[in-house]
Design a protein around this ligand. Structure first.
Ligand SMILES: Cc1cc2nc3c(=O)[nH]c(=O)nc-3n(C[C@H](O)[C@H](O)[C@H](O)COP(=O)(O)OP(=O)(O)OC[C@H]3O[C@@H](n4cnc5c(N)ncnc54)[C@H](O)[C@@H]3O)c2cc1C
Length: 412
């Protein structure tokens, strides 16, 4: 019987332990926290966007950079396999907008609890409050791990320690050190899916404001970097929310490559209306509010908290009477609605990123087995690898599939 140690009880570590045990190995899962899946609990705003119902090609496209590395892992455990597995565990799933898959209960705690119960049922030994400090390697072969509670021997070790973002969940980047120890290259770590700081101080006044159904376009050097439609949020430092997180990857890449070229984020507050339609709409509102000041005429058009900032940014005084607004000024107002702009200063730190970009170079990993090409019996799975996807369930599926592949190969 093979003796397998899994380091880390997150998404990838749990799937690695499940598969290795199902294959007949003796499996010990070591987790530094006092519970499993602390990060999984906060995924999808506590609802856990388990996977995506899209095609394999959708998956590869939504994992920019090293997506193709995952073809084998995704064919071993596909999104459908993942959904079937959760159904068998008593966690039925549903598909929402953008093919995002969630548990029907909308509770990530149900997902983690079901996994924990299954690990117990199949006989995986889960050790909590146990931090793995280093790997024990002899002549290129894995021998075990060193922990705060001494040495544990193993035929195979699966490092599933996660990335370096949201360190409060336990993902403090320990696996990178272990990988270095084994002679692996670590592709520099960067925040991915991260909120952005803006130059404009007035964002503070909009803190907590969510804009739904807006079109957001990132521009640099007069060129469009990317464009997204959906929901965004203002914070005390800048902007966040799904659309911003999705755009953050291209924006941070642009700022890295061309630090002197500012990136502007242009928000179309009324994407469903053309310039002409918006003009007609404004004229109707202005008839209704003709005796009011301009500053008091946007109540039907904009969220309340946005109005003072919007008016302040217009080249027209908010104290002007609506009936005095000229056609040209209406054009300026429409421009403001279609091109509400913030300038990006920098991304928030790695600790605040949803996912860590960079990590163990996949060039040094066998894509079929997740085994290290440097050390026999050493495997890597999940976010510790140089893999990061967009929002939509791609990151958890990548963790599940790489964990599954590693668990299978480690037990063989
Ligand atoms: C706020 C937030 C929301 C997210 N929402 C989604 C979503 O809805 N859908 C999606 O697909 N992705 C989402 N993600 C990303 C997703 O959670 C991660 O990509 C995924 O959890 C990575 O899995 P992992 O197993 O590699 O790492 P983790 O889940 O981070 O697990 C690593 C585990 O290893 C343990 N560990 C670390 N070092 C050691 C050590 N030395 N010894 C022992 N144990 C150790 C940690 O305590 C941790 O439990 C979200 C991320 C965040 C931060």
């Amino acid at each position: 019987m093979k003796n397998v140690i899994v380091v880390g009880g997150g998404a990838s570590g749990i799937f690695a332990a499940v598969k290795a045990r199902e294959m007949g190995a003796r499996v010990t899962l070591m987790e530094k926290n006092n519970r499993l899946g602390k990060k999984m609990l906060i995924t999808g705003k506590g609802r856990c966007n388990i996977t995506n119902a899209g095609t394999l090609d959708d998956f590869i496209a939504n994992i920019p950079g090293n997506g193709p590395f995952l073809y084998s892992a995704f064919s071993l455990l596909s999104n459908q396999d993942t959904m079937d597995f959760f159904h068998r565990l008593g966690v039925p799933t549903k598909v929402e907008r953008g093919d995002r898959v969630f548990p029907v209960s909308d509770r990530s705690a149900d997902v983690v609890e079901a996994l924990k119960t299954y690990l117990q049922k199949i006989g995986v030994s889960c050790k909590y409050h146990l931090t793995v400090e280093s790997l024990a390697i002899s002549q290129g072969v894995m021998k075990g791990v060193d922990t705060a509670h001494g040495f544990f021997s193993a035929d195979a070790v699966i490092v599933a320690t996660g990335g370096a973002s949201y360190p409060g969940t336990g993902s403090t980047g320990d696996g990178y050190q272990m990988a270095r120890q084994a002679g692996h290259t670590i592709v520099p770590l960067k925040p991915s899916l991260v909120p952005l700081e803006t130059v404009e101080p007035w964002v503070k006044e909009l803190q907590g404001l969510t804009l739904k159904n807006v079109k957001v376009t990132a521009w640099a050097d007069g060129k469009i970097l990317s464009s997204e439609f959906g929901e965004m949020l203002f914070t005390h430092f800048g902007v966040s929310g799904p659309v911003i997180l999705s755009l953050s990857k291209v924006i941070t890449a642009s700022l890295d490559q061309h630090p002197r070229s500012p990136v502007q984020v242009i928000i179309d507050l009324k994407p469903a209306l053309s310039f002409e339609q918006l003009d007609q709409r404004l004229q109707r509102d202005f008839q209704k509010y003709s005796r009011k000041y301009l500053a008091n005429s946007f109540t039907d058009l904009l969220p309340k908290s946005l109005i003072p900032v919007f008016v302040q940014l217009l080249p027209i005084s908010g104290d002007k009477f609506v009936h005095q607004i000229t056609k040209e000024e209406r054009g300026q107002i429409i421009k403001g609605l279609k091109e509400f702009t913030v300038t990006i200063k920098k991304p928030r730190p790695l600790a605040e990123a949803i996912v860590t970009s960079g990590g163990v170079s996949v060039k040094e990993i066998n894509p079929k087995t997740m085994e290290s090409k440097r050390v026999k019996g050493l495997f890597f799975a999940g976010e510790v690898l140089d893999i990061d996807g967009f929002t939509g369930g791609y990151n958890l599926q990548a963790a599940f599939s790489t964990g599954f592949a590693a668990g299978k190969a480690a037990a063989e």
